[in-house]
Design a protein around this ligand. Structure first.
Ligand code: UT7
Length: 318
């Protein structure tokens, strides 16, 4: 059993924040961000919550698929920036789109879309779900220390969704790797204010050791791509499109050279959105879908890495 994507949608806030805008907040400049990361601008929410963005992306994907909320059998949302720990973002999206189905969140940071698809495949293969809505929504701006130039220039806000439909045809292969630990990348959750705790206070914001994350990223993306192609028995020449996580253009360039997959097959939009964590890959897929570059039967390779540390790659057929 496999799936085909029958609809995609995305939503990003209207508010465009350029590198020059950020240079007024922290000691940075357009040249450094453009050269070292490849970002020119990102969208930063002013009023949209994570749920608002996820809901708008979901409606767009449903419309693209020609479906209503009640046609969906399962909603899997990948987010690390949900507005509430309970209800889950997926439960609230179920409420907002008028669905009547199982719904839950997965937490896998930048690799969230891939972990959500893999989870959905379990339901599809067991015949428990025919149509699954995958939603990735991230309001990264609320997790950042806006005085830390090493992280606040990198991320952006946004959401994207895809509707998967079970099919006997097609192709699906995946690999996942988790190297659990919080020394390289960490986003603390609130400790609350219990009068009984005897914990040291820590920064509530995203912490990232950039260079260690960079090393994990380049190692995992090259390893995962090679492994998934081998497991699927597909030659790299037969891949039509590679959609990598958009964390740093230098990571993408490195992976392109190392894997030898033609440069023109790699989709890059980090210049316009920055790193939108788990939403980066489905935003790219939605752009590709709507611009008409995806053709039936195209073999698409996705590869992502990030907090966990967690990484993965998967191939499927359009
Ligand atoms: O999505 C999750 C996965 N995330 C990633 O994959 C991110 C991986 N890491 C990276 O992309 C890069 O490590 C960063 C973009 C985060 C940082 O780039 P880098 O080339 O590794 O820079 P660095 O941390 O080694 O810092 C080099 C210099 C330092 O200055 P000195 O000590 O050499 O004087 C930093 O203070 O660049 C400085 N710097 C900046 N300068 C201007 C760091 N951030 C900035 C900034 N503007 N925003």
């Amino acid at each position: 059993m496999n799936f085909k994507v029958i609809g995609t949608g995305s939503y990003v806030p209207d508010n465009v924040v350029t590198n020059d805008d950020l240079s007024k907040l922290v000691d940075t400049n357009d040249e450094w961000i453009s050269k070292r990361v490849g970002i020119k601008e990102r969208r930063i929410s002013q009023t949209d919550t994570t749920l608002d963005m996820g809901t708008k992306a979901s409606f767009a994907a449903l419309e693209n698929a020609g479906l209503k909320g009640t046609d969906i059998d399962l909603i899997v949302t990948a987010t690390i920036s949900g507005d509430t720990a309970c209800p889950s973002t997926a439960c609230m999206i179920q409420n907002r789109i008028g669905a009547d189905c199982m719904a839950f969140d997965v937490s896998a940071a930048c690799a969230g879309f891939l972990f959500a698809v893999e989870t959905a495949m379990g339901y599809i293969c067991r015949g428990k779900a025919k149509r699954v809505l995958i939603v990735c929504a991230e309001r990264m701006s609320k997790l950042l220390d806006w005085t830390d130039r090493g992280t606040c220039v990198i991320f952006g806000d946004g959401a994207a969704a895809a509707v998967l439909e079970a099919t006997e045809e097609g192709l699906y292969e995946s690999v996942f790797n988790v190297k659990g630990g919080d020394d390289v990348l960490k986003i603390p959750a609130t400790n609350g204010s219990s009068p009984f705790y005897q914990l040291e206070s820590e920064s509530p914001y995203l912490f990232m050791n950039g260079q260690e994350t960079f090393k994990f990223a380049v190692n995992s993306i090259t390893h995962d791509i090679a492994a998934v192609l081998e497991n699927a028995g597909i030659a790299k020449e037969n891949i039509a499109h590679v959609v990598p996580h958009q964390a740093n253009k230098r990571i993408i360039d490195f992976a392109q050279k190392k894997t030898g997959i033609d440069l023109d097959k790699w989709y890059v939009n980090i210049d316009r959105y920055g790193n939108v964590s788990g939403a980066s890959i489905p935003i790219a897929l939605d752009e590709m879908n709507r611009s008409g570059v995806l053709k039936k039967g195209d073999k698409i390779l996705l590869a992502a890495f990030g907090g966990g540390l967690a990484s993965g790659a998967l191939v499927f057929e359009w």
